[in-house]
Design a protein around this ligand. Sequence first.
Ligand code: GLY
Ligand code: MN
Ligand code: MN
Length: 464
Amino acid sequence: MFDASVYTDRRNRLRNELKSGIVLLPGNPEAAYNYPANTYHFRQDSNFLYFFGLDHPDLNGIMDIDNDKDYIFGNDVDLDDIIWMGPQPLMSERAAKVGVQHTAPAKDLFEFVKEAKAKGRKIHFVPPYRGETYMLLEELLGIPFADVRNHVSVELIKAIVKLRCVKDQFEIAEIEKAVDIAYEMHTTAMRMAMPGRIEREISGTMEGISLSRGNPVSFPIILSIHGETLHNHFHGNTLVEGRMMVADAGAETTMHYASDITRTVPVGGKFNQRQKDIYEIVLEANMKTIEATKPGIPNRDLHLLAASVIATGLKNLGLMKGNVDDAVKEGAHAMFFPHGLGHMMGLDVHDLEGLGENYVGYDEEIQRSKQFGTAFLRLGRRHQPGFVFTIEPGIYFIPALIDQWRNEKKFMDFINYDKVEAFKDFGGVRIEDDILVTDTGYRVLGKPIPKTVAEVEAVMANPL
Ligand code: GLY
Ligand code: MN
Ligand code: MN
């Protein structure tokens, strides 16, 4: 937990953003796995963590903007709890650690909200994402389950986005710790990427490293010799020479800050010429967009720069043709790069996405593209110092997409389909790093994780 003043300051800044009313920030309860008492690993809600800091289930936070008071509703443990969980601090002691003076038993929240409603006060809340929270909001506010999302506070969403997007020094230090855990995860995975291994041996080892250093991974690990499937969670393939292994994985620190790193390596440890050709293009797209990062530049421009580097590289290999600027403008590159360059990262690996992707990644000036490929860019707007985001270009050969576009005779002026046919067995390459926007430019966060061909081959020369 950070110092109490960090949470008090965050709540004060949120108070300043909102004119009046009550902010209701529900914490998460436990979530049942396969029967009620067997729960998933507990994960606190990120907004609750950000403003109220306490990492325990069954707590709800209230900020009374008009009366300048903050409350945490939650129960003190009783003797039964102590028998199972050991002695626990009182709620009032816990709340004091995050600068909150007012606590009350969980059930009092209902009376508090009822009174506020009776007085016609505005109750701000953000979109829920768990069934239990929908049920709580339905009961507290009397809004039918299916209608809850129509009553969220856009004012609160925008205020939270404004605050959470800019990371302070404590948060940046935490994110760097998460990247350093990812360093261990990815260099271990590289050394394990040898023929005969099954993917899950590697993904399981990576998960174990994250758990042993902090918390479970920041999202389900994507690890596959079929990297052309972007979010591939099947880990049952046996590694074979000639394939590349994409590992997209990050850790969560004890404070729940995320990392999100992708590395792609040749099974066996040596790139063949074809692998090197494609890999070097993705690496150039990764490095050029990192180097172009600075305050004020729209992330959409970084995305298009990556697209341009990819189209140029593929043209040099004979897989694309024609004018590169026109190809990118029309979206021909997206057959090979059908996703966005990256997203915000922080307490959530896709930071704040639950509040609505367009509130986080777009604004009045920069709106989401409708074009296949660029439309999937989660973050388009201009960068500000303190933003932490991912840069994750890739090149993929997706047989079903290639066949469809070829049959539709799509972009015949820009794609050399005859040459592409020979790459349908290639798979994919993605390289992802976590970047801080500084006052003057950028900083790649954490200990540098090997990514040039020479660096990757050097790590893999010591297999595990
Ligand atoms: N969660 C996968 C990624 O955004 O990289
Ligand atoms: Mn990733
Ligand atoms: Mn990512």
